[in-house]
Ligand binder design. Structure first.
Ligand code: AMP
Ligand code: MG
Length: 393
């Protein structure tokens, strides 16, 4: 059996970053830039008024001759002389030789003149100077940046419409088990509702991945073989749930072996999720997650999530971690690592009731996983523990 640390190292060493593609910024949310973006223009690209008011050329008196008006979007080449002003609006191009903009609220307009109240205008007041936000040719966003709504808006403001980003992997999900029944119909004897595909699909969607195929299969060698073969061809990442343990009807591992999947590891010294399988075929990653729902999801967050993040081009693969005090003692044997569903706050974490691997109620209340390494024994109340913060959309 391999340790959690060894398993993660081996997995990430074997995970490749996805290839690149040119995409429209309207489709780029959550994607990672694979090259620096240089600004194609200066921003603002002309001296721009920050306010509604009057652009003027300074003199000593507070009375100015009003010679015209410039609205946002206008393109007149007005020049003004000392002692003259133009009415101007937010976002409009300030006359090239204007000294400043005086806000409308402190100005009185009379006939063809304006009088400024109790205020001494200063050079460049209320003018956004050319290139003061960014200069043409300067780096706007660095390689490795994740495109957030703000980053996308910024790129659009520079006139950038397409960018090169790492591809998001194509992911498919396979659930296995004769007992599984689709939600929405009354349950029949001996069956349970299939839930892992929903949890996995939702977790993937949190990182911008919409599963390509979701198959629900019986524990049948032929069916498993043909469907897994087909989905492997169509996917970069294949996530299987169930059928990976040692029971007579656990057929996933042998099916994967027969399909030429190279095993990276099988069985990790951890609870939950001991019979975790990870494998590879060319650059495709294959995960066999134990079927118990909480084990499935723990293994997803701790192993599948970081592998996909690496493929997506992120430099931080794992969930953010922090070290805080546990508000309850935890019984633990020093033979395996534990992942416990926890509710963490700023200065502490509560290990929740219901830690068994089939229990999802506690997982639904959790916002983090408490990680206790293999060699750790019982944990005292108030002891500091490592906490992994679950991603939240
Ligand atoms: P397995 O890993 O196939 O031995 O399954 C372990 C436990 O998880 C069994 O109680 C299964 O019924 C349950 N299980 C397996 N797959 C799913 C699934 N997709 N949804 C809900 N429970 C599952
Ligand atoms: Mg099963």
């Amino acid at each position: 059996m391999i340790t959690v640390e060894e398993a993660k190292n081996k997995l990430l060493k074997n995970t490749h970053i996805s290839s690149q593609e040119l995409i429209g910024i309207d489709k780029a949310i959550g994607r990672v830039l694979c090259e620096d973006i240089y600004s194609p223009i200066s921003l603002p690209s002309f001296n721009q008024s920050a306010m509604d008011g009057y652009a003027l050329k300074l003199q000593n008196k507070n009375k100015y001759e009003l010679i015209g008006e410039i609205k946002a979007g206008d393109n007149h080449k007005i020049t003004i002389k000392k002692g003259q002003a133009v009415k101007i609006f937010t976002g409009a191009a300030v006359p090239v030789n204007a000294d400043c903009v005086v806000i409308q609220e402190i100005v009185k307009e009379e006939n063809r003149y304006i009088i400024i109240g109790d205020y001494t205008p200063g050079k460049n007041d209320n003018i956004r100077l050319i290139g003061s936000h960014i200069q043409k040719g300067e780096i706007a966003l660095k390689k490795g940046t994740m495109l957030t709504p703000a980053a996308i808006g910024f790129l659009a403001s520079l006139g950038v419409r397409h960018i090169k980003a790492y591809k998001s992997p194509v992911v498919s999900i396979v659930t296995t088990g004769n007992e599984l029944q689709q939600a929405g119909k009354p349950i029949t004897a001996g069956k349970i509702y299939e839930s892992n595909s929903f949890a996995l699909s939702a977790a993937l969607q949190e990182i911008g991945v919409y599963p390509k195929f979701i198959a629900q299969l019986r524990d049948d060698k032929k069916i498993l073989h043909s469907t897994i073969q087909r989905l492997l061809r169509a996917s970069d990442v294949l996530i299987l749930s169930g059928g990976i343990s040692v029971g007579k009807y656990d057929l996933v591992r042998e099916t994967l072996q027969r399909l030429g999947v190279k095993e990276l590891f099988y069985k990790v010294a951890q609870k939950p999720g001991k019979p975790l399988f990870a494998g590879k075929k060319r650059n495709k990653m294959i995960f066999g997650l134990p079927g118990n729902p909480a084990a499935t999801l723990v293994c997803y967050y701790e192993y599948v999530y970081p592998a996909i993040r690496k493929m997506q081009g992120f430099s931080e693969y794992f969930m953010p971690k922090k070290y805080v005090k546990t508000s309850e003692a935890i019984r633990k044997k020093a033979d395996r690592a534990y992942f416990l569903k926890g509710k963490s706050a700023y200065n502490g974490v509560l290990p929740l009731e219901g830690q068994e691997s089939h229990m999802m109620k506690s997982f639904a209340e959790a916002n983090s996983l408490i990680y206790l390494p293999l060699e750790k024994g019982d944990v005292k109340k108030g002891e500091e523990v490592e906490v992994h913060l679950l991603p939240r959309t």
